[in-house]
Ligand binder design. Structure first.
Ligand SMILES: [Zn+2]
Ligand SMILES: [Zn+2]
Length: 297
């Protein structure tokens, strides 16, 4: 089965030639229910984790101290926009704590990433540790296989500056007004007829590697490396939905064997982060071994 994002409703660079300089590719992961193994890229399956290596536990001070949940793993060979790992590592493994009890507020999530060289793993740990208790069901992913697809993205609208930013914002406002008038006040229904930069041209919804980050909740924030101060890049997005009512145009078309049942599910992983939003994970482009940063949107 393959998933293909429909062509964008209009050519963003033809409308706004200045966007070409900000073009980036992202790899949409298109997770769908399946039975992944430790040798696959996946969400919610067994990790390529060697026997004899301690499984990560939550070390934040909330008296849990249990195993972290395995969220996903991505092999570089499957995900073209996965940023290179440190020291020849080709496999990114993602964990989080099953409780919302972290950080300065005491209600934040705790995410951990682990890079490894897959060729060095001989015997895979089985069975793998599972938390005995889970604070929030939205942290427990359903096993999914991935159907990666590369797409083109442009920056989040509020990050476009100068004349380009003004032109895009003016066009965006005009589109919104036109859609509103066409529909007599009801948003959404006619959205397809009046594409918007924000919803249809800039940042793809759903799980993805690389590309541009969306900042719908907080507005753009600076993400500088805690290790060296360099501006960080988006490494991975974990999304509660593969598309939403305002991003229907990104709904992929499934083809091939198995393209029927479940292919259209837009919450295939069952994962929910933030207020059914997304988690953006940032990495340092200077040195991928530097600490990651996270933003819930
Ligand atoms: Zn924890
Ligand atoms: Zn750095």
């Amino acid at each position: 089965m393959t998933f293909t994002t429909p062509p964008r409703p209009l050519d963003a660079e033809a409308f706004f030639p200045g966007l070409a300089a900000h073009r980036a590719t992202a790899t949409r992961l298109h997770p769908r229910a399946g039975g992944p193994t430790a040798r696959d890229s996946h969400v919610g399956g067994p990790l390529l984790w060697p026997t004899g290596e301690p499984w990560p536990v939550c070390d934040e001070p909330h008296r849990y101290g249990g195993p972290l949940l395995a969220v996903a793993q991505l092999y570089a060979r499957d995900v073209p926009d996965l940023a290179p790992g440190p020291d020849g590592c080709d496999l990114l493994q993602v964990f989080w704590c099953p409780f919302d009890l972290h950080g300065p507020t005491g209600y934040g999530m705790h995410v951990r990433l682990r890079w490894r060289r897959s060729a060095e793993v001989r015997e895979v740990l089985a069975p793998q540790p599972q938390p005995g208790r889970v604070g929030f069901d939205g942290y427990v992913p359903e096993p999914c296989v991935l159907h990666p697809e590369q797409v083109t993205e442009y920056p989040y609208i509020e990050l476009l500056t100068g004349e380009l930013g003004e032109r895009v914002q003016e066009w965006e406002d005009a589109q919104e007004e036109a859609a509103y008038e066409a529909e007599g006040g009801d948003e959404g229904e006619e959205a397809a007829a009046w594409p918007s930069y924000q919803s249809d041209l800039s940042v793809a919804p759903g799980w993805k590697a690389g590309g541009h980050a969306a900042w719908n909740v907080t507005g753009p924030g600076r993400m500088d490396c805690p290790g060296c101060g360099h501006a960080m890049r988006l490494l991975l997005t974990v999304d509660s939905y593969e598309w939403r009512s305002d991003s229907e145009s990104w709904r992929p078309r499934p083809t091939g064997a198995g393209a029927g049942a479940g292919a259209d599910a837009n919450r295939p992983t069952g994962v929910a982060v933030g207020n059914f939003g997304k988690l953006n994970v940032f990495a340092c482009p200077q040195d991928p071994a530097h600490p990651h940063r996270f933003s819930v949107q």
